[in-house]
Structures are given as structure tokens and as C-alpha cells.
Design a protein around this ligand. Structure first.
Ligand SMILES: Nc1ncnc2c1ncn2[C@@H]1O[C@H](COP(=O)(O)OP(=O)(O)OP(=O)(O)O)[C@@H](O)[C@H]1O
Ligand SMILES: [Mg+2]
Length: 349
């Protein structure tokens, strides 16, 4: 790795207005809300999922009594968010998702209603006047550049109905703003999520190149599931609970997880080579810059090392000073959006 003038410093004190800024990340797997409130900085993570149960007498009352997030339509109760994952584990079966590969799935009839209900729960009641809200949007994929406009249009529309003046921020840029503030928001931010990987090359907080690939943790779960004959849901649970990429695999499922993690890192690095080497927009940086990895898919032990190994053979027009992990990988995108909202609130754009 090349030396850099950009040294990673201590995270600077949080800059943002007390209370009034919200960063929102509506992802394929999770919806994350990031804000400051009287109790300090905090974020909430809600699974972007639902689980259907029959609307039997009493069930509705019991769900209400237990404070479980749900809505009722026809003869079905839609259990939402983290509770949906619990129901799926206890009752068996899989959750449904409103989004696939980073994009709102318009084939899923109740998908938008599910996202709206989760946003209602986390945002509607607590809106103080003058709250600035920035929400993340994925970048265009290299092969299907138009599909990402769906998210921005749907999310902005509903957030306006809730009374906000929402503003979009690219997911990869949000990662740079969250994690590379001490490096003048210059470098490469990558979010490896459930449905996508989002990449942004930024110079002094200006996004010079953004793109996404439509593969993430779900791709690993699906491919391993197919290989070993198990459901993707089961593979996801094992991956999240047990996987450590720095240890040799202990069984067939772990072997599959190692193979498909390797595959995803290779695809991501190849996409970096392709996108950076063909883009006229890549800044001509004299100095080596940091690259930061975030998103739930980088959580297993050994991810950083495996990514570094995949990157070692790449030929990039930008020198990478160091590869870092985000401090809170699941919350980095929402945190970057929150920082944007904070600056917005200060009247700085
Ligand atoms: N402890 C863990 N170990 C491994 N993977 C994990 C862990 N926790 C979450 N994940 C995986 O991270 C992914 C979700 O990450 P994240 O919340 O960043 O995605 P997202 O923002 O919802 O999706 P996207 O940005 O692709 O739309 C899922 O594939 C999930 O299985
Ligand atoms: Mg994401």
C-alpha cells in the first residue's frame, strides 16, 4: 500500500445540530434512522421485512398488547420489521422483503405499504418543526443505470407526506462523509449491503464517481443455499451468527460462505477496476487515499483482510493508502446522511 498525506485521525467531535437532523437509510435488508436526541446520538435499525399471519380473532389484540409493529389487510396481518424476523424464526418460513437488490420491488403488492408503516413508526410521531432529513439513495448500476430512480421517487414522496423536506444523498458518498471526515472527505467509500454494493470516489466531499453492483449479502445467502440445499434464510442466520472468515471453514456451509464471500469481493474489485479505468470523472489524485468498507456484509471477522487480498492484485488509477472498516458498519450510511442534514441545518451546503 502507498503512503498517504491523509492520515486517519481520531474521529472529530460530532458536528450537527442538537436534535433537529435526521439521517435515513432505507436499504434492502435494514432501515436505519440516525439522529441526536435528548439522550445523545443514537440510531435505530429495523429489518426492512414483513411476515404474514392469518388475521384470527385475538391475534390482532395480542400483537397490539405486545407493542408489535403490524398492519391488517383483508384476512392477513402483516408483522413488520424486526418482529417479522422473530416470527419467521419461531414459526418457520421466510420473511418477505419490499426491496430486491437495492431497489423497491414493484411486483410486491404490499411492499410500499410496509416501508411506509415502518417509516411512520420511526419518523411520524417525533417530527419537530424544522427537522432536516437526508435519505440515502443507491447509485446507478453499471449495466442497468435507470432502475435506481424508483427509490428516490417513492421515498421522497412519502417523506413529504410526513411533513419533511427530504433530500437525497448517494449511499457511497454518505459512507465517505461518515467515515473519512478526518481525511477531508476524500477517498473511496464502499457500502456492502444486503442487495447491493455502492461505491463512491469523492474528492473533498464532492462525488467524482458513483456506481453500484446489484449483489451483496443476499447473493451470498442464495448461492450458498443453492449449493448445500438449504434455504437462504437459514444460511443468512448461520452467516450472521457464526461466520469468521479468518478461520478455516468447519463444515460445508462455512466452505460455501468462504467461497461466495471470495466471489463477491472479486466481483467488487473487478468492478472497481472497470469503473475507475474507464471513467473520465475519476479525480487525478496525487496522493494515495483511504478506502473505507461499510454495510452489514463486512461484519464477519476477517472481511477486511480478505478484501485487502482481493484488492492487492488490482490495477487502479488511484493509489490506495489504507483499507479501513467503518466504525459502525450497519449505521455508516445513515450517519453520513445525518451529517449532511446537520450541515444543511447550519445553512452550509
Ligand atoms: N453479523 C453479520 N455477519 C454477516 N453478515 C451480516 C451480519 N449482520 C448483517 N449482515 C448482512 O448484512 C446485510 C445487510 O447489510 P445492510 O443493512 O448494510 O444492507 P442494506 O443497507 O439494507 O442493503 P442495501 O444497501 O444493499 O440496499 C445482509 O446481507 C445481512 O445478512
Ligand atoms: Mg445499504
Amino acid at each position: 500500500m502507498a503512503a498517504s498525506l491523509f492520515q486517519r485521525k481520531q474521529r472529530p467531535p460530532e458536528r450537527g445540530p442538537a436534535g433537529n437532523a435526521i439521517g435515513l437509510d432505507i436499504g434492502t435488508a435494514n432501515i436505519v434512522v440516525y439522529r441526536h436526541d435528548a439522550g445523545g446520538r443514537r440510531h435505530s435499525i429495523e429489518s426492512n421485512a414483513f411476515f404474514k399471519v392469518p388475521a384470527l380473532p385475538h391475534t390482532r389484540t395480542i400483537l397490539e398488547d405486545r407493542g408489535i409493529l403490524f398492519f391488517h389487510k383483508s384476512d392477513t396481518l402483516y408483522v413488520l420489521g424486526n418482529a417479522a424476523e422473530e416470527f419467521a424464526q419461531i414459526l418457520g418460513g421466510a420473511t418477505y422483503r419490499p426491496m430486491v437488490d437495492g431497489i423497491v420491488n414493484l411486483k410486491e403488492d404490499e411492499g410500499i405499504a410496509v416501508i411506509r408503516a415502518i417509516l411512520d413508526h420511526h419518523l411520524a410521531a417525533s417530527k419537530p418543526a424544522g427537522t432536516d432529513l437526508w435519505f440515502s439513495v443507491p447509485a446507478a448500476t453499471l449495466d442497468q443505470p435507470d432502475n435506481v430512480i424508483v427509490n428516490e421517487s417513492i421515498f421522497a414522496g412519502y417523506l413529504k407526506e410526513l411533513g419533511y423536506t427530504p433530500r437525497p444523498v448517494n449511499e457511497g458518498l454518505a459512507v465517505v462523509l461518515s467515515e473519512l471526515a478526518a481525511n477531508h472527505s476524500t477517498g473511496i467509500g464502499i457500502s456492502m449491503g444486503g442487495g447491493m454494493c455502492n461505491v463512491c470516489v469523492a474528492y473533498l466531499s464532492i462525488p467524482a464517481l458513483t456506481y453500484s453492483i446489484g449483489k451483496g449479502g443476499d447473493y451470498i445467502d442464495t448461492m450458498v443455499g443453492q449449493s448445500v440445499g438449504e434455504s437462504a434464510t437459514k444460511i443468512k442466520t448461520i452467516k450472521e451468527r457464526e461466520l469468521d472468515l479468518s478461520r478455516p471453514p468447519a463444515n460445508n456451509i462455512e466452505t460455501g460462505l468462504h467461497i461466495y464471500y471470495q466471489s463477491l469481493f472479486t466481483i467488487l474489485v473487478e468492478s472497481l477496476e472497470k469503473a475507475l479505468n474507464r471513467s473520465d470523472n475519476v479525480p487525478q489524485l496525487k496522493e494515495a487515499v483511504p478506502l473505507v468498507l461499510s454495510g452489514g456484509t463486512v461484519l464477519p471477522g476477517g472481511s477486511l483482510q480478505k478484501f485487502k487480498e482481493a484488492l492487492a492484485g488490482a490495477s487502479l488509477p488511484i493509489r490506495i493508502a489504507d483499507v479501513l472498516l467503518a466504525e459502525e458498519p450497519l449505521a455508516a450510511t445513515a450517519r453520513g446522511a445525518w451529517r449532511m442534514a446537520g450541515l444543511d441545518n447550519d445553512g452550509i451546503h
